[in-house]
Ligand binder design. Structure first.
Ligand code: FMN
Length: 173
């Protein structure tokens, strides 16, 4: 573990993971995780610490495409184009439906509210739509807004932006 201050800003210390992996008595696959937020970093850390694989937590929240981007980067050395607006919105839709199915109409709708901003990051003037998404209480109404977003941004290409990792330890120290 890093110093408390380092832990508070959410910096993972991979050196111990590297030591475990390089211990000659260890004969099981070792995966590392913590702070991976891009294909480049995934490859860099895998190589630097010699681990058998890396796992992704926070970077996948609202951006599950990180997995295919890493896979593509590993296979080709090239950075894959970010998902289209339609792809993003359709994943929101699927997430919403699963959330309703799993958590029911109250919690399912409420829990989704924290995710829209992440999924729709990078779309200009999205605020108006987003405020509807986070205030509507009915799945069909929310899906109607999602349809509107697809139409409104049909020709818009979202630029790749760095993934921001949520700091779960903001209040520590
Ligand atoms: C939503 C969420 C829930 C998590 N729940 C647990 C948990 O129950 N137990 C645990 O040991 N770690 C938990 N973690 C920590 C992750 O397993 C991971 O170690 C941590 O997020 C660092 O990886 P990351 O930088 O890729 O997010 C959770 C992380 C997230 C984002």
């Amino acid at each position: 573990m890093g110093a408390p201050a380092a832990r508070c800003i959410g910096e993972a210390d991979w050196t111990l993971i590297g030591k475990v992996k390089n211990n000659p008595r260890i004969h099981i696959p070792i995966f590392g995780n913590g702070d991976i937020d891009s294909p480049q970093k995934a490859v860099e850390y895998k190589n630097r610490y010699g681990v058998d694989g890396v796992m992704i937590g926070r970077a996948a929240i609202g951006y599950p495409w990180i997995f295919r981007e890493i896979k593509h980067f590993v296979q080709t050395g090239e950075v894959l184009a970010p998902p289209t607006v339609e792809e993003r919105v359709n994943v929101v839709r699927k997430h919403l439906r699963k959330s309703l199915e799993w958590k029911g109409p109250i919690v399912g709708i409420n829990e989704m509210r924290r995710h829209y901003a992440n999924y729709l990051k990078g779309l200009p003037n999205i605020k108006e739509y987003r405020s509807k998404l986070v205030t509507l209480n009915n799945g069909d109404d929310i899906e109607a807004i999602l349809d509107e977003i697809i139409v409104r941004y049909s020709s818009y290409e979202i630029e790749a932006t760095p993934i921001e990792l949520i700091n779960y330890h903001e209040k520590c120290g």
